[in-house]
Ligand binder design. Structure first.
Ligand code: A2R
Length: 318
C-alpha cells in the first residue's frame, strides 16, 4: 500500500509515531536542518500534517506544501491555525474535542481549590518546617456556596459546571448566545463578573475573545474575587490582571495559560495570591493518549476514504 507523505510539527507520543509511521512516510519538522532544501525535495509531496494547538500551521509551512489536504491538530483549541486560509485551499483541519473535557475541568477545579484553600503556601508551610517554627498556617476560605461565573459554556464549560456541583454553587454563564442549560445566562461579561465570586474562563482563543477579560471585568470581580483561566492566555488582559492583583482590586488568580507561553511575567511569579501552572490542563498520560489517538485516527480515516472524524467547525463542509 502506498504511504502518503506526512509532515509532523512538534512532538508526538511513541504510540502516535508508530501508528503514523505504519501508514505514512513521516517527515519530522524537528529533524529538518535546512528547511529550504527539504522543501525543494519534499514540499510538493506533503499531503498531510500532524500538528498541535500551540504550533498550528505556520504560513511558511502552508506555502511550502502546495498539495496539503489535511491538517490534524492535537488539542481542542486551534486559534494558531488560519482556518480561512485552509478552507480557501480545501485543507481539512481536525482537532481533538471532548476527549479532554474531564481533564481540563479537573484542572479548573484544582486551580480554584488551590486558590481558595491556599494549599500551595500551606504545603510550603508544612515542608519548610515553618509549622514547627512559627505555628499554624493562616486560615483560608471555603469553596462552598459560591457564585461562579463561567465564561464559555461549551463542551468543557459544561463539564466544569457539572463537576462544581459538589460545592453547592450558584452557576452563571456568559457566551455570545444563550444555551438550553439549567444555569443562569448573563447578557454581559461585566454584569456576570459583578455578581461572581469566581470567574472561570473556558472559551476558545482568537480574535473574538482577545483580552475579553479586561480591567473592567477584573475590577468587577472585586478585592475578594478570583479569576481562573484554563482557556488561552490571550483571553485575559495580562497587564490589567497584574495591575488588579498588585493593587488589591482583584483578590486571586489561578492560571494555566499565559499570553507569551512559556514565558510568565515575573510580576505574576512574585505574587502570593496567584497559583501558576505550565499549561497542563489536559496533560495526563490518559488524556494525552486519547488526544493522540484521535489525532492519528483523523489522519488514518482521511487516508482511507478522504473523510475525517472531528473537523473544526469551519472545515465541516469540506
Ligand atoms: O459564544 P458561543 O455561544 O459560541 O459559545 C461558545 C463560547 N464562546 C464565547 N463566549 C463569549 N464570547 C466569545 N467571543 C465567545 N466565543 C466562543 O465558548 C461556547 O460556549 C464556548 C466554546 O465551547 P466549545 O466550542 O465547545 O469549546 P470547548 O471544547 O469547550 O473548548 C474551549 C477552549 C478551547 O478552544 C481551548 O482554547 C481551551 O478550551 O482548551
Amino acid at each position: 500500500m502506498s504511504k502518503p507523505d506526512l509532515l509532523m510539527i512538534g512532538g508526538a507520543t511513541d504510540v502516535m509515531l508508530e501508528r503514523m509511521e505504519a501508514e505514512f512516510t513521516l517527515h519530522k519538522m524537528n529533524d529538518i536542518k535546512d528547511f529550504d532544501a527539504w522543501v525543494a525535495e519534499h514540499g510538493g509531496k506533503i499531503v498531510a500534517l500532524a500538528t498541535n494547538g500551540h504550533d498550528g500551521v505556520p504560513a511558511h509551512v502552508m506555502a511550502a506544501c502546495p498539495n496539503l489536504q489535511v491538517a490534524s491538530a492535537y488539542g481542542v483549541g486551534y486559534d494558531a491555525i488560519d482556518t480561512d486560509a485552509c478552507v480557501a485551499r480545501g485543507i481539512k483541519v481536525t482537532h481533538t474535542p471532548n476527549v479532554l473535557n474531564a481533564e481540563v475541568a479537573n484542572t479548573a477545579m484544582m486551580l480554584m481549590l488551590a486558590c481558595f484553600r491556599n494549599f500551595l503556601s500551606d504545603e510550603r508551610h508544612a515542608r519548610s518546617g515553618d509549622w514547627e517554627r512559627d505555628g499554624n498556617a493562616p486560615l483560608s476560605n471555603s469553596p462552598d456556596n459560591r457564585t461562579i461565573g463561567i465564561l464559555g459554556m461549551g463542551r468543557i464549560g459544561q463539564e466544569i459546571a457539572e463537576r462544581l456541583q459538589v460545592f453547592n454553587p450558584t452557576i452563571l454563564y456568559h457566551t455570545r448566545s444563550r444555551k438550553d442549560l439549567p444555569y443562569e445566562y448573563c447578557e454581559t461579561l461585566v454584569g456576570m463578573a459583578e455578581r461572581s465570586d469566581v470567574l472561570i474562563c473556558i472559551t476558545p482563543g482568537g480574535a473574538s475573545t482577545n483580552k475579553i477579560v479586561n480591567k473592567q471585568v477584573l475590577e468587577a470581580l472585586g478585592p475578594e474575587g478570583m479569576v481562573i483561566n484554563v482557556s488561552r492566555g490571550s483571553v485575559i488582559d495580562e497587564e490589567a490582571l497584574i495591575e488588579a492583583l498588585q493593587s488589591g482590586k482583584l483578590g486571586k488568580a489561578g492560571l494555566d495559560v499565559f499570553e507569551q507561553e512559556p514565558k510568565i511575567p515575573n510580576a505574576l511569579k512574585e505574587m502570593e495570591n496567584v497559583v501558576l501552572l505550565p499549561h497542563v490542563g489536559s496533560a495526563t498520560h490518559e488524556t494525552r493518549a486519547a488526544m493522540g489517538k484521535l489525532t492519528v485516527d483523523n489522519l488514518i480515516q482521511w487516508k482511507q476514504d478522504g473523510t475525517v472524524i472531528t473537523p473544526v467547525p469551519e472545515c465541516a463542509h469540506l
